[in-house]
Write a protein that binds this ligand. Structure first.
Ligand SMILES: [Cu+2]
Length: 158
């Protein structure tokens, strides 16, 4: 490599470094401007708040059909989860297993949302659900005994 090539290479590296610093500063300023806890809502999605407590589910009783971003918060003192099915059955009359929890394998239930694991007290989780079909849905916390203790809620999508 000639001295000229080396100096041209160094110049290029220097310019790239400057650009990286400028980009990083712009990113930091952008992040700092964003209010804490701001929600990223994908285009075309509506937001629905759901709160789980010991032992109830607070959620809208009816929603217009569409794609939803659910903001799920556990305001209870123990872990809770959230599952939601499209079903004709009322939330208080879902098919049960012998242990009293909802039989998630039942043909009467069509899963549209599942938190997967439970949320610890105070935790908030973002979940997405396709509610583009009008109809009846049931929201449940299906941890042992929680359904029986009242963690069930009907939702009508119109
Ligand atoms: Cu629960």
């Amino acid at each position: 490599m000639s001295g000229l090539e080396r100096s041209s290479l160094l110049k290029t590296i220097f310019v790239v470094l400057i650009m990286l610093v400028v980009l990083a500063s712009a990113l930091i300023v952008d992040l700092a401007r964003r209010p804490a806890g701001a929600l990223n809502v994908p285009k075309g999605y509506a937001v629905a708040q759901v709160t789980v407590t010991d032992y109830a589910i607070q959620a809208p009783a009816s929603l217009p059909k569409g794609d939803y971003e659910f903001v799920l918060t556990n305001r209870g003192s123990v872990p809770h989860e959230l599952v939601m099915w499209a079903t004709k059955a009322s939330a208080s009359a879902l098919p049960l297993r012998k242990d009293g929890s909802v039989d998630e394998e039942s043909d009467l239930l069509d899963s549209v949302l599942d938190s997967g694991s439970s949320l610890v007290p105070g935790e908030t989780r973002i979940l997405f659900a396709d509610l583009t079909e009008a109809g009846h849905y049931a929201l449940v916390c299906n941890l042992p005994m929680h359904y029986r203790l009242g963690m069930r809620q009907d939702l009508n999508v119109h």
